[in-house]
Design a protein around this ligand. Structure first.
Ligand SMILES: Cc1cc2nc3c(=O)[nH]c(=O)nc-3n(C[C@H](O)[C@H](O)[C@H](O)COP(=O)(O)OP(=O)(O)OC[C@H]3O[C@@H](n4cnc5c(N)ncnc54)[C@H](O)[C@@H]3O)c2cc1C
Length: 441
């Protein structure tokens, strides 16, 4: 029997117009799919959006692009070419004050933070790092790994402060070491990028490549629910009552949003996975300054409290001439409640210490008490990065996920873009398999 195949019969709906949704849509459109992106907000970008008060570019919380990983590879593949600067002159704060942060061999030799024995041990850690296979550490916590690789208290404190900052959490007793060690290896080989114009530049560039590939992008188009029948999604219902049919759906939103979209009885496995996950939240203080009080102190790791600060405008185009953009953030333990007022005072006190007088030159300041930095913390108890949820729904066969809580590769936006690429591939493969089956029938 010959089955007539329509030339362009399939439509994939992508729910969410953040970086994951835009990247997935581009891959899908380039793969020949008819794609519609539905974004509930009136603008694109989600957590990667940048606001521009008075000519400053303020990301929503500190945003550093770790180059050399899956995010770089996806952006390059999609033809997203951005300009950026890389941070240097990094300091560490402890009770003795500010000292060079020993993140490179040069700074290691220069810093007064460590004595000779500490320096020898840290150098040994640097040398051993490149030989480690991160995936072998999936069942070890960061705290266990740090205790195993370093004996000297000061070296352990440095590694713990770096881990808190890279993983955006203080829960080092449960976070898996694979994510941290992979990130350390990445930053030892590849620079960190502070993106000119903020991450909105990435959003805008991704939008252009998605549209150039043929993706349709709708904003103010919130999806109320996925319509599921007999284990397959038939389409979506929007908040305004419209219904759109689809052959596949990519949910490129946070885990909580994904749960809201899938009816409770249709997605028991997703519910169980999300219930077990630890989402990673941070408190952020974003500040625009008419001038920077202490230009020689642009980036500071706090060794004693879970805080980090960076003046990204010293390295990237983010502020009008003479002005500065500063981001500070406080890491939490996702298992503990956080008092927002306390978090704000912790961050303000930190900025007082590093950039004294900032309050009198602040032209814009924004405190964001509870920002979702990553949808799920990789845990030693559940196989680290490998233990994150898979790309294809186990509940609804033609639903796929993308975001920083999905798939085994990378952390933060590395996971976001790696999962967007892989989910798009799986949608395309599923479509090809379906068409082959129809042709053979
Ligand atoms: C404070 C902070 C700091 C960060 N720092 C870094 C960093 O330094 N380095 C790094 O690599 N990463 C960092 N990240 C992580 C990075 O921002 C995210 O990984 C990335 O932006 C996630 O993109 P996404 O598209 O998966 O999700 P989101 O950006 O959350 O986008 C999801 C989109 O889906 C939309 N949506 C949700 N529900 C619906 C619905 N029902 N219908 C339609 N649309 C819907 C939302 O409006 C949103 O636009 C940081 C994140 C935060 C919050």
């Amino acid at each position: 029997m010959t089955v007539q195949i329509e030339e362009n019969p399939v439509r994939t709906i992508v729910v969410g117009g953040g970086l994951a949704g835009l990247a997935a849509a581009t891959y899908l459109a380039r793969g020949g799919q008819r794609v519609t992106v539905l974004e509930k907000s009136h603008t694109l970008g989600g957590r990667a959006s940048t606001d521009s008060p008075r000519g400053f570019a303020l990301n929503r919380g500190v945003h550093a692009l770790y180059s050399g990983g899956p995010a770089s590879s996806v952006l390059a593949e999609l033809g997203v070419r951005y300009s950026s600067g890389s941070p240097n002159h990094v300091l560490a704060l402890d009770s003795r004050g500010l000292n060079p942060f020993p993140g490179s061999v040069g700074d290691l030799l220069r810093t007064n933070l460590l004595n000779a024995a500490d320096k020898r041990e840290l150098l040994g850690v640097f040398l051993r790092l490149s030989l480690i296979k991160p995936e072998r550490l999936a069942h070890q916590s960061v705290a266990e790994w740090v205790a195993a690789i370093a004996r000297r208290p000061m070296v352990r404190r440095l590694l713990a402060s770096t881990a808190r900052t890279y993983l955006y959490t203080t829960a080092l007793d449960v976070a898996s070491a694979d994510a941290f060690v992979a990130r350390l290896q990445q930053t030892m080989k590849h620079p960190i990028h502070y993106v000119d114009g903020g991450w909105q530049s990435l959003v805008d560039l991704l939008r252009s490549v998605a549209e150039a590939a043929g993706a349709q992008i709708l904003t103010s188009a919130g999806v109320n629910t996925l319509q599921v029948e007999n284990g397959r999604a038939r389409g979506v219902r929007l908040h305004d009552g419209r219904r759109l049919s689809a052959t596949s759906i990519v949910v490129a939103a946070t885990p909580e949003d994904a749960l809201r979209l899938l009816p409770a009885d249709a997605a028991p496995r997703l519910q169980a996975a999300v219930a077990e996950a630890l989402p990673v939240h941070v408190a952020c203080l974003d500040v625009a300054l008419s001038r920077l009080p202490a230009p020689r102190q642009p980036i500071v790791f706090d060794l004693e409290r879970p805080r980090f600060l960076t003046v990204q405008s010293e390295f990237a185009r983010l502020a009008p001439s003479g002005g500065a953009v500063l981001h500070a953030f406080l890491q939490h333990d996702p298992r503990q409640p956080v008092d927002a007022r306390w978090a704000q005072s912790e961050l303000e006190a930190f900025v007082d210490q590093v950039q004294p007088g900032w309050q009198s030159v602040a032209v814009e300041r924004r405190f964001l008490p509870h920002m979702l930095a990553a949808g799920c913390l990789p845990l030693a108890a559940s196989n680290g990065l490998q233990g994150r949820i898979g790309h294809r729904s186990q509940d609804v066969s033609n639903v796929f996920f993308a975001g920083d809580w999905v798939g085994p590769h990378g952390y933060l936006v590395d996971a976001t873009l790696a999962s967007a690429r892989e989910s798009a591939r799986q949608v395309l493969r599923a479509g090809t398999d379906q068409r082959s089956a129809l042709r053979a029938a």
